[in-house]
Design a protein around this ligand. Structure first.
Ligand code: RP5
Length: 159
């Protein structure tokens, strides 16, 4: 049983998926992953999404990135879309973000598999207090890093 299902439009999207996987592993969130293309294997996308018991889907695709929207068409669960960068970045970005009314996809930034996983964790944390605590610790860690980076920069520049 997986909490999050990651679908990639191509194996070439794996580096972006790996950013998501690193975050999901950090929070101990069970996940499954598959390659399935909205254009090249639409029936497989439908089969995977309808057959999944995941609570959140992360769909990663580039170019004319229909995959997140097609995944959303097959489920009532939240779908987070990750546009993958390429030569023409706006096509993937707008394909993911510009969904028609009624079938939303939560779009994160180009190649931001990490943010997709954090958002998935935040959705799951609504019903999981220990995951919410882990997310709070993650935020605190980031704040500490900003403060320590500031001190390092100031020390390097003699301020
Ligand atoms: C999209 O086309 C995929 O999501 C990928 O980002 C892009 C290129 O696919 P490949 O040519 O690498 O298979 O469908």
């Amino acid at each position: 049983m997986s909490k999050v299902f990651i679908v990639m439009g191509s194996k070439s999207d794996l580096p972006v998926a790996e950013k998501a996987i690193a975050i999901l592993k950090r929070f101990g969130i069970r996940f499954d992953i598959a390659v399935a293309s909205a254009h090249r294997t639409p029936a497989r996308v439908e089969e995977l999404v309808k057959g999944s018991d995941a609570d959140v889907f992360i769909a990663i695709a580039g170019l004319s990135a229909a995959l997140p929207g097609v995944v959303a068409s097959f489920t009532l669960k939240p779908v987070i879309g990750v546009p993958v960068s390429g030569n023409l970045n706006m096509d993937a970005l707008l394909s993911v973000v510009q969904m028609p009314p009624g079938i939303p996809v939560a779009a994160v930034g180009l190649d931001r598999g990490d943010n997709a996983a954090v958002l998935a964790a935040e959705i799951l944390a609504i019903g999981d207090a220990s995951l919410a605590d882990a997310l709070a610790a993650y935020r605190a860690e980031q704040a500490e890093k900003v403060l320590s980076d500031s001190e390092k920069v100031r020390a390097e520049l003699g301020c």
